[in-house]
Write a protein that binds this ligand. Structure first.
Ligand code: F0G
Length: 449
């Protein structure tokens, strides 16, 4: 087997500003030890998120210039519509400015007091939008999906027994739809199998409930199906993607992930009545239904991104390079969520730093140390983010698409291993300012003595 190379050449570069540990000690102190408060140019390798951080191709940039900015019925909208229909053939396709706008509109139409919406695991914005409508968000991922060390090829699967029990207990009149998130971001970027999607769809049909897919990382999920699920190794990614969506009645999409763009999203629905209500809301919040909060040029870039994401060379490189990072650090003893997911490596800070109690934020301490040691910015997903509800203390290193090369990743590996060697010296942290909501974004910290 030869080295899997980045299947692209680099045409335009963005310089990285080099800094020393001493510089970074000052920068992070001024930022009150909150990585969200850092100016991005003081970061060497930015792994805060894979969302909206993709490098666009020269074709996409050419599309940006071709974008038709007509207010209504622009050529770019029709190109976008064709590209989405090609793989997600739903009756109504409604552009929005990003994924959460599609969620907000959907749950304004179908959510509300007394309603319950099951999902494998709701992503934070999905949960927030369900709850904002007055409905309840219920997570029904399989048990394996909750154990960071447990190996399972499709840890994002929905527990179908629990789903059926939930439907019987809740009553179909209180369940406006069933959702599946592919890949399951909050569970570590873990894929869902085709078999599971099919089973969930059977249950939905049996009880006459619509199935809505949170489609952000649909192509990464399709690639996992191709390499891990029996019967799919000879199928094209496009056929696998079409099969996935054939089981659903709609989807919400953040184009900032697998459509390889910096902004954008959409909502797809087969139900014409819901779609009419959604378009009415769209007009008062996002814009006219043929642009929905985006410029024509953005729609053009999404259309091209949706074609490029299906390339198998790209997906092989993408999934393997994330796995490569996880494998190398895990081989040196660094505890991570296994198996490695599609878009990110999650370090288990609780297992790595047993001397730091959860109330002293082991994930935050580790995230800050990765910045100090190597200028790497990751994201704490633990007690800082979720408070006492946190089930794990993780640091997510999300890999932007087509942005970093293997030597960047090798550097990240070296930094993590250095930090791991000195892990016993890391200290716990405490709040010096604790905001009431979404505290991870604006909290301030210092070290515990
Ligand atoms: N659903 C999932 C599974 C997501 O991962 C995200 C965003 C959204 C919905 C919302 O989409 O950001 O376009 O409004 N995830 C980003 C992340 C923010 O860093 O994981 P959006």
């Amino acid at each position: 087997m030869k080295t899997i190379i980045e299947p692209f050449r680099i045409k335009s570069v963005e310089p990285i500003k080099m800094t020393t540990r001493k510089d970074r000690e000052e920068y992070i102190r001024v930022a009150n030890y909150n990585l969200f408060s850092l100016h991005a140019d003081l970061v060497l390798i930015d792994l805060l998120t894979d969302s909206g951080t993709s490098a666009m191709s020269s074709e996409q940039w050419a599309g940006i210039l071709r974008g038709d900015e007509s207010y209504a019925g622009s050529k770019s909208f029709y190109r976008f519509h064709r590209a989405v229909s090609e793989i997600m053939p739903f009756d109504n396709i409604i552009p929005t400015h990003q994924g959460r706008a599609a969620e907000k509109i959907l749950f304004s139409v179908i959510g509300g007091e007394g309603k319950k919406i099951p999902n494998n695991t709701h992503f934070d914005t999905t949960r927030a939008n369900v709850e904002f409508s007055g409905a309840e968000a219920v997570d029904l991922v399989i048990e394996e999906g909750k154990d960071p060390q447990k190996l399972h090829p499709f840890k994002g699967n929905m527990d179908v027994l629990k789903l059926e029990k939930f439907i019987n207990e809740t009553g179909t009149e209180n369940i406006p739809c069933v959702m599946i998130t592919i890949t399951n971001n909050s569970g570590g970027g873990q894929p869902v199998s085709m078999e599971n999607i099919r089973e969930v769809s059977h249950i939905c049909k049996k009880y006459d409930l619509p199935l809505i897919i949170d489609a952000c990382r649909f192509a990464e999920n399709a690639y996992f199906i191709k390499i891990r699920e029996e019967g799919y190794s000879n199928k094209s990614i496009k056929d696998i993607v079409r099969e996935i969506f054939s089981y659903a009645d709609g989807c919400t999409m953040s184009a900032k992930k697998d459509a390889l763009v910096n902004i954008g999203g959409y909502l797809c629905l087969n139900n014409d009545d819901w779609a009419t209500q959604a378009r009415n809301l769209l007009i008062i919040t996002e814009g006219f239904p043929t642009y929905g909060g985006l410029a024509g040029r953005d729609l053009e870039a999404i259309a091209i991104g949706l074609e490029e994401i299906l390339h198998e060379d790209y997906l092989q490189y993408r999934i393997r390079s994330t796995e490569y990072l996880g494998e190398k650090i895990n081989a040196e003893g660094v505890p991570i969520v296994l198996p490695v997911g599609g878009h990110a490596v999650y370090i288990d800070a609780k297992a790595m730093l047993p001397h730091i109690p959860t109330e002293q934020f082991p994930g935050q301490s580790l995230a800050v140390e990765l910045y100090l040691e190597g200028g790497i910015r990751g994201c704490e997903i633990g007690t800082v983010m979720f408070g006492e509800a946190a089930q794990m203390e993780l640091v997510r290193l999300a890999i932007p698409r087509r942005v970093y090369t293997q030597s960047h990743i090798d550097y990240v590996i070296e930094v993590i291993i250095n930090v791991y060697k000195n892990k016993d010296k890391l200290k716990g942290m405490k709040f010096t300012y604790e905001p009431e909501v979404l505290r991870h974004f604006t909290a301030q910290f210092e070290y515990v003595d």
